[in-house]
Design a protein around this ligand. Sequence first.
Ligand code: SF4
Length: 310
Amino acid sequence: MLKARVLLLFSGGLDSILAGKVLQAQGLEVLAVRFITPFFHWQWRGREEEFDRMLREKYGFRGLIRDISEEYLELMKDPPHGFGSAANPCIDCKILMLRKAREMLSEVEADFLATGEVVGQRPMSQRRNIMRHIEKEAGVTGILLRPLCAKRLPPTEPEKKGLVDRDRLYDFCGRGRKPQMRLAEEFGITDYPSPAGGCILTDPQIGERLKRLLALRGGLSVREAELALFGRHFIEDGFWLILGRKEFENRRLQELARPGDRLFKIRGIPGPTALLVEGRGEAERVREILKRYTPKARGLPKVELEEITP
Ligand code: SF4
């Protein structure tokens, strides 16, 4: 008999690992998909084989990577359910991921979806009524199983069909981590990331910057989103300048520079690299800003700009 197959939305946190392990223990084949955007898990772009190998070795899951950047950046322009405390569109983010996972079901020949969500764990997106709303909007009602809190929710199709034994699922709820840690011990899982990590979109400073860029530019490309996440930014209508704060940021600015941008530094003096993304004619202003942020240039009466070819 063919094993039932589940497509697990896999963040890499303990809850998603456990959700997969619980189903695997019932004999299911686990396909773990990781969605990537410039805002999360971007380091896995182009590394699907490595990801798959890592997951097979560590957990016995198959690993898949899906880049959802384009849809995500579209969503960021005006998320229907708004942003959370920073630039995190959590409800629409979850809807998008679940919708994309549902669309993958036939491609990967999986029977249903699973997540590691726990009722009441997050203030907003894991409240029971919001969870139901998210399911409905994503079109996954009945085909989404949450093994860690399934006993607190109505039975899903895979339970009704007997693909999964409801008695061997869990009833975790709330923010406590103890039940998860006990279960991790049972599965012999010891090296899992701490829950503190979090998504960069919840960072207040980056959130404010992203919202400002979105308001001024109407939307962001993948490269612009990548640029927005590091460095020192000077943003006004018609002007966007980014300074590297460390050597690796200077290098990253050079890598991300494109024809049409201008790249500068102060000639002959070590210091930040500046990428002028918008405002091509503003070299004089760039010189002033760069002088301010190049410690060895500050006291000098005159400094010259050096333009680097991207
Ligand atoms: S914290 Fe980030 S990744 Fe998680 S749901 Fe919110 S926006 Fe999406």
